[in-house]
Design a protein around this ligand. Structure first.
Ligand code: FAD
Length: 524
């Protein structure tokens, strides 16, 4: 009755594929001009890196890795493929933090944006003041990491307003999706905060675009899953940076009370925004383990046992998480403002916890968890994630059918499960990103980590969740989407699908870019 473990089979497939690429003719490599061919790598180590990602679920072997030293190199590469009789596929690889091979290219070329970042050595981030308006902006290369953007802007006492929870992601990789976090309800996703971009299209053309110039390309690239061009620069507005953050968590056992409070808090605007929060998220606490997860260690150790008792009693506890920033001018008023906002909330009495932390420490809160997992060898494991946008009108059906049925019954979910609402009006429907058609919708993220031989159980659960939503008529949209057929993609984009395909023909007519998304290139 002996069975090979799945990971052993996966390793065998990889080795077989790697061997099959040795000596395989690559018609285009012979034709490359010298200035480009010098920048190619196809040694086993580089190939291995580019054929995996954070998900550790799929593998695609590229023909080569391209190490650009400049934007011109990227233009020459794409132009060369676009003009070849047999074009080859190309994808930018930011940090490779996708989970389903979105930055991979079978038999094509992976552009290593990290190489460009190293070459630019700090020159990819520039803070400046627009003399005509007095406003401050940052011009940031698509290859840069958000953490470096944070460091650079803080040196000027400035900051962006919309972030991701985790900052070791590239600007280009995130803007290709949306870039969401607890700030999204108030400031919109990161794509709503971009003023201008430089893009190298699928024809190899360098185009500067904004809402005023080349606006069609601008809107389509934002949330465009890398289909229309490589983002090489984004301009984002800056604001004065706060110094510190009051970070509060409250626990609920009643889902409808929890969501009512979340929705109330994201509706607050207040005079001069003083009575609006800067950040709001939420998460599930399940199982009897420690209430903290790898993404944030928050609860005081002395409170762990009473929180665990609460979770044991109710099976699921909903945790509302908010933050209010402050600086020297507002340090005397922040507590009162926070109190006004939180009074009247119906969390379980006595289950409110507060932390006071630096602004940088707050934004970079996920990093320490990552380093801990890395030191335990638990970072580079499979990540069968599922991220959804759920319309507000069906969120309670989602709770009863998914959290209370599927998730509790299967009893395998140990990673973080996030749930928090966003305001539709902070998104721009002209952009490619797809969200539910309601004023308020929730993001729900199942951020599973698993062993190499048991990730399929999580994928089965993911499929069950999607099937449940379909059967119940809950019109969810996937965030960081992945689909197998073009029909699924057409359903995902809905009304936007026709425009999406038209713009693909216009900006990447030979279907070269980002085949790992499997939208136009099903052979990848
Ligand atoms: P990659 O995975 O390298 O690429 C993703 C896609 O974008 C590919 O199709 C690629 O070809 C394309 N691409 C890459 N660079 C460019 C470019 N310059 N121009 C055009 N296309 C490009 N997302 C959130 O919104 N909020 C979060 O809080 C958040 N937290 C995360 C935490 C972790 C630990 C991880 C692993 C992911 C998280 N994500 C989050 C998801 C993340 O934003 C996406 O997976 C994003 O694509 C990763 O960026 P990357 O630089 O690794 O892109």
């Amino acid at each position: 009755n002996f069975q090979f473990p799945t990971y052993f089979i996966a390793i065998l497939i990889t080795i077989t594929r790697l061997i099959s690429t040795i000596g395989k003719p690559k018609p285009w490599t012979n034709l490359l001009p010298q200035k480009l061919s010098d920048k190619f790598l196809d040694d086993p180590e580089s190939i291995k890196l580019a054929s995996s990602d954070y998900g550790n679920l799929v593998q695609e072997i590229p023909a080569a890795i391209f190490n650009p030293s400049s934007i011109n190199d990227i233009m020459s590469l794409i132009k060369f493929s676009h003009q070849s009789s047999i074009p080859f596929n190309i994808a930018a690889r930011g940090q490779g933090h996708s989970t389903r091979g979105q930055a991979m290219v079978r038999d094509g070329v992976v552009v290593d944006m990290a190489h460009l970042r190293k070459q630019r050595n700090g020159r990819g981030i520039e803070v400046f003041e627009d003399s005509s308006t007095g406003k401050f902006y940052v011009d940031v290369g698509g290859e840069q990491l958000w953490i470096d953007v944070l460091h650079s802007t803080l040196e000027h006492g400035l900051t962006l307003m919309s972030w991701t929870d985790y900052l070791y992601l590239t600007v280009g990789g995130t803007l290709s999706n949306a870039g969401i976090s607890g700030q999204t309800f108030r400031y919109g996703p990161q794509i709503s905060n971009v003023d201008e971009m430089d893009v190298v299209t699928g024809k190899g053309d360098f185009v500067t675009c904004s809402t005023r110039n080349n606006s069609e390309l601008f809107y389509t690239v934002l949330g465009g899953l890398g289909q229309f061009g490589l983002i090489t620069r984004a301009r984002i507005a800056l604001e004065p940076a706060p110094k510190r953050v009051k970070w509060v968590r409250m626990l609920y056992n009643d889902f409808s009370v929890f969501t009512k409070d979340q929705e109330y808090l994201i509706s607050l605007k207040g005079k001069n925004q003083s009575h609006a929060l800067h950040y709001l998220e939420g998460l599930l606490l399940m199982h009897q383990g420690p209430p903290d997860n790898w993404r944030s260690s928050f609860f005081p150790l002395s409170d762990h046992s009473r929180i665990i008792s609460l979770v044991t009693k109710h099976s699921i506890i909903y945790c509302l998480e908010v933050a209010k920033y402050y600086d020297d001018h507002t340090q005397n008023t922040v507590d009162e403002e926070l109190q006004v906002m939180l009074q009247g909330l119906n969390y379980i009495p006595g289950f409110i916890f507060e932390k006071n932390i630096s602004y940088f420490g707050f934004l970079n809160r996920v990093r320490s968890g990552e380093l801990k997992l890395q030191s335990q060898g638990l970072w580079d494991v499979p990540h069968p994630w599922l991220n959804l946008f759920v319309p507000k009108s069906r969120i309670s059906d989602f709770d009863s059918g998914v959290f209370k049925e599927i998730v509790l019954k299967r009893n395998i979910t140990t990673g973080p499960v996030l749930i928090y609402p966003m305001n539709h009006y902070k998104w721009d429907d002209r952009m490619s990103a797809v969200i539910p058609d309601e004023e308020v919708f929730y993001t729900v993220g199942f951020l599973h980590s698993s062993g190499f031989d048991d990730w399929e159980a999580f994928d089965i659960q993911n499929r069950e969740i999607l099937q449940f939503c379909e059967n119940a008529g809950i019109k969810v949209k996937q965030y960081l989407p992945h689909y197998k057929t073009q029909q699924d993609w057409a359903n995902h984009f809905g009304m936007k699908w026709m425009g999406f395909t038209e713009k693909k023909s216009k900006f990447d007519p030979r279907m070269i870019l980002s085949p790992g998304q499997r939208i136009f290139n099903n052979n990848n």
